[in-house]
Design a protein around this ligand. Structure first.
Ligand SMILES: *Cc1c(COP(=O)(O)O)cnc(C)c1O
Length: 396
């Protein structure tokens, strides 16, 4: 969508005298809450439970375009029951975090990647377009308003949940030409909370995503149906679902999965499934691949030998292969990654009626050497303690 009503040569439409306006951060209206909530102590934080004082909201109207965005007190919405999102799941979201930097200013981690993915996800359910750069400016403004909610304790952060939903009020199945976009924030502690132990996964019967499907987008419709298999995993004593497609390994819960293998030449293969449409293109996944490729030529990852070569690769992984590699003693570690957990070790996989045990490590978070090195480097970058390629962006 054009951001200004410039006239182009297309004159097919007679009533299109104005172009709907794009999201515009310079029009932001801020109304602060009169009463501020007490910030709970860091030790009491449960993921996504305490909403902060304010919310960022903008709405789209098919004629006028995007409204002036507003930061206003957090509270309920009123929506028409016929809204497209309720009936047809025209709904997309994001998950990101603001970290308190050493300069006392909140920072975001590679937020332009989330903003671009948010716009792509919204496009997959045909919601109105918006300029991701303007969205990012608004997001930073919201974090600055909520600065007192950004925890200073290490491993803690302010979780941000952007959403966009279709609000066209009609039972007819057609694209939603109206939408509501918002961002809510919740302070959060580390996941899993202490004591940290490796996660167990149950490879169930459910399929999360399939070729030609929507698995690569963060759209709400991918998540509701995953709750059943997740509950089955919990009931059977596992933490998360291991999503398979046939015998292909795809993801773990809402995390991307990595397998580190010892090579004959002393190096390590770091493998993750390719972005074939069934895998959510995680920002953490991308960062892990990039950092692993940079060791040791461009950076030395903490605790790893500068002579260790890591060979990151995106390739199909199957359960029979994993079992073969385990039998050969080649598996160094298996871990899952995502914004919420950063890097978390996997200790056990329930598969075809038996438990496959993965290598276990003592000490911090139960991570193996590669996962630990990546976890430490990423969290240092996120917290603004290690500068790397402009990944950490100040909101100030
Ligand atoms: C959000 C998400 C991830 C992790 O993505 P990040 O950008 O690293 O947080 C992985 N898998 C699924 C299915 C997801 O929804």
């Amino acid at each position: 969508m054009a951001s200004s009503p410039t006239h182009t040569s297309h004159t097919l439409s007679t009533q299109a005298t104005t172009t709907p306006v794009d999201l515009d951060a310079s029009k932001l209206i801020i109304t602060l809450a009169e009463q501020l909530k007490p910030v709970p102590p860091a030790s009491e934080l449960r993921f996504g439970q305490y909403m902060t004082d304010h919310i960022l909201v903008a709405s789209y109207d098919p004629v006028k375009g995007w409204s002036a965005p507003e930061i206003k007190p957090y509270g309920p919405f009123t929506l028409d029951p016929a809204s497209s999102c309720f009936q047809y799941a025209t709904s997309a979201f994001e998950g990101m975090k603001a970290y308190m930097g050493p300069d006392g200013e909140p920072r975001l981690f590679r937020p332009e990647k989330n903003a671009a993915r948010f716009a792509r996800s919204a496009g997959r359910v045909w919601l109105p377009k918006f300029n991701p750069d303007e969205f990012l400016k608004l997001l930073k403004a919201l974090v600055m308003v909520e600065k007192r909610w950004v925890p200073t304790e290490r491993g803690h952060s302010l979780y941000l949940r952007p959403m966009i939903v279709g609000t066209r009020a009609s039972m007819g199945l057609s694209l939603s030409d109206s939408a509501l976009l918002w961002v809510m924030c919740a302070p959060t502690g580390p996941y899993p909370s202490a004591p940290v132990r490796p996660l167990s996964l149950l490879a169930g019967d459910g399929v999360r995503a399939w070729p030609g499907g929507t698995g690569e987008h963060k759209i709400s419709i991918n998540y509701g149906p995953a709750l059943g298999p997740h509950q089955v995993a919990l009931d059977r004593g596992y933490d998360q679902t291991l999503w398979l497609f046939g015998d292909k390994i795809t993801e773990a819960g809402v995390m991307n999965l990595f397998v580190a293998l010892r090579r004959d030449d002393g190096g390590v293969d770091l493998l993750t499934p390719p972005l074939d449409g069934t895998i959510l293109p995680g920002v953490t996944r991308d960062s892990i691949l990039a950092l692993a490729a940079a060791h040791p030529s461009r950076i030395t990852l903490p605790g790893l030998s500068p002579s260790l070569q890591i060979h990151p690769a995106e390739r199909v992984l199957t359960m029979p292969e994993l079992e073969t590699w385990l039998a050969q003693g080649r598996v160094l570690e298996v871990f899952a990654v995502g914004t919420a957990v950063i890097v978390v070790p996997i200790g056990r996989i329930g598969y075809m009626g038996k438990d496959i045990m993965l290598p276990a490590y003592e000490g911090a978070r139960g991570l193996g050497p590669v996962g630990k090195a990546l976890y430490e480097r990423i969290t240092d970058i996120q917290d603004g303690l290690f500068e790397w390629e402009g990944w950490s962006v100040s909101c100030a």
